[in-house]
Design a protein around this ligand. Structure first.
Ligand code: MTE
Ligand code: MO
Length: 437
């Protein structure tokens, strides 16, 4: 657009005047606070056409308000998507993992369209009218529920992450991806709505010798997992709501099992059956897969809670600091989480672990939930090795890479939660690098 097209009397002078009047005020405000973002009002920014010219989008009508009956992201956000990597697919895209773009998420909730998706036999489309949940085994009163009947139970909403125990395995034998999405994207977080299983079981007369529950999916993979009764009666839920709407098909519509803090695989989607027994079932998911291979060649059969963990989400390879100028103020932010409890502390290191500084925890700090941390620095245009280390209220602390290898070896790929981070060059480029201490 040329300058002639705009209305010089109404548009530009008003905005120019605004900047002239506020420039002095802003400068004095910045001086009084070290945390304020570095807003620099210079003579050249007063000539910025993006400020002065009338924006093209304001010169015509927008889209019809009912163009999208289901809201969509701005077309400018077309890169903010889940991604599948060939290295992580078995050649068969039905049984792969679509990783969440953690670098583009704010706060502690993943929007439903960006929730990571790990399905063993594709995304199953269940007809909610034909949905039946069978609850049977060591109970006085076995029960079959329709979706409508299930939703009549009083509901609760809780914020929890779901993480595949293989999350982080792509970096286990050395930094492989210069990319946060493929390093840690096998996890997401939502506000889940449903009914605690203990509420449903209250009236069914659970037998004393019912020590295990089988949860079975109705998908082609017939995902089935044995769950100890203590977890079932603690905080397990049958959920049908995800961030204020019905579960997405990818997340197990219409009903999935939610086991807060426990490995993703146990959170059975497209649920069809719960059976109670005195013994576990030794299904294929708890024998051939999702066991923990150790140094001695033996595998741990059951390993449930996700360990205390953290990752810096900004900066990261997708969100570098290359546009920063020396002296700019910038926030280091990331996510910490633990399947064993609530995050107590997150420490940050700028020098590869020689010195640690406590970050602040932002917003909600909830059990078995993502916790956002923040640390603000002044960019000095010098190389940095950024690390984050989380501690939870059960006393667990994220181990160094060498400590974890010492404890569990390198054979297994699940439950890897070492301290990792990013190398930042003096130009602000960000790379995946490991500190082996
Ligand atoms: N029925 C069924 N449940 C399932 C799966 C599956 O393939 N089928 N995948 C499991 C695995 S391995 C993980 S990590 C989580 C992933 O949940 P999400 O796809 O909602 O992110 O679901 C689990 N529940
Ligand atoms: Mo998984």
């Amino acid at each position: 657009m040329t300058k002639k097209q705009k209305d010089p009397d109404i548009q530009a002078p008003n905005r120019r005047d605004f900047f002239k009047k506020t420039a002095f005020l802003s400068a004095s405000l910045i001086a009084s606070s070290s945390i304020l973002a570095p807003i620099k009002i210079t003579a050249s920014s007063l000539d910025d056409p993006a400020i002065i010219d009338q924006a093209s989008w304001g010169t015509k009508l927008g889209d019809l308000v009912d163009k999208n009956h289901y809201g969509l992201p701005s077309p400018y956000e077309h890169n903010n998507v889940r991604r599948v990597h060939d290295l992580l697919s078995s050649g068969d895209r039905y049984a792969t993992v679509s990783m969440s773009p953690l670098h583009q998420q704010e706060g502690i909730i993943t929007p439903n369209g960006l929730f990571f998706n790990r399905s063993h036999s594709g995304t199953t489309q269940v007809d909610p009218h034909k949905f039946r949940l069978m609850i049977h085994g060591l109970l006085d009163k076995p029960l079959v529920l329709t979706l409508e009947e299930l939703k009549r139970y009083p509901s609760e909403s809780r914020i929890h992450f779901i993480e595949c125990p293989a999350n982080g395995s792509t970096g286990w034998r050395g930094p492989q991806f210069d990319n946060l999405q493929f390093v840690k994207g096998m996890m997401s977080s939502a506000e889940w709505t449903g009914v605690p299983l203990k509420v449903v079981l209250k009236e069914l007369g659970l037998h004393k010798n019912a020590k295990w529950m089988l949860a079975e999916g109705s998908d082609n993979s017939e995902m089935a997992r044995s769950i100890p009764i203590e977890k079932v009666l603690d905080d397990a839920m049958l959920v049908w709501g995800q961030n204020g709407e019905p579960l997405r098909a990818e997340q197990g519509y219409p009903v999935r099992l939610l086991l807060p803090g426990w490995e993703g695989n146990l959170n059975v989607k497209w649920l069809k059956r719960l059976e109670f027994s005195s013994k576990p079932w030794h299904s294929k998911e708890e024998t051939s897969k999702y066991t923990m291979l150790q140094k001695n060649g033996k595998a741990i059969n059951y390993f449930w809670p996700m360990e205390v963990n953290s990752i810096i989400t900004s900066p990261c390879p997708e969100v570098p600091w290359s546009s920063l100028k020396k002296g700019d103020i910038i926030e280091i932010t990331g996510l910490a989480w633990s399947g064993r409890g609530t995050i107590k502390t997150v420490d940050i290191s700028l020098d590869g672990g020689k010195n640690w500084i406590e970050a602040s925890l932002k917003g909600l700090v909830l059990p078995k939930s993502w916790t956002r941390f923040s640390y603000i620095i002044k960019w000095d245009a010098k190389e940095k090795m950024l690390l984050s280390r989380a501690i939870d209220d059960s006393g667990h602390i994220q181990p160094s890479i060498n400590k974890l290898i010492e404890n569990v070896g390198v054979e297994g790929i699940y439950h890897r939660n070492p301290i990792v981070g990013w190398f930042v060059s003096n130009k602000g480029e960000v790379k995946n690098a490991h500190v082996r201490s």
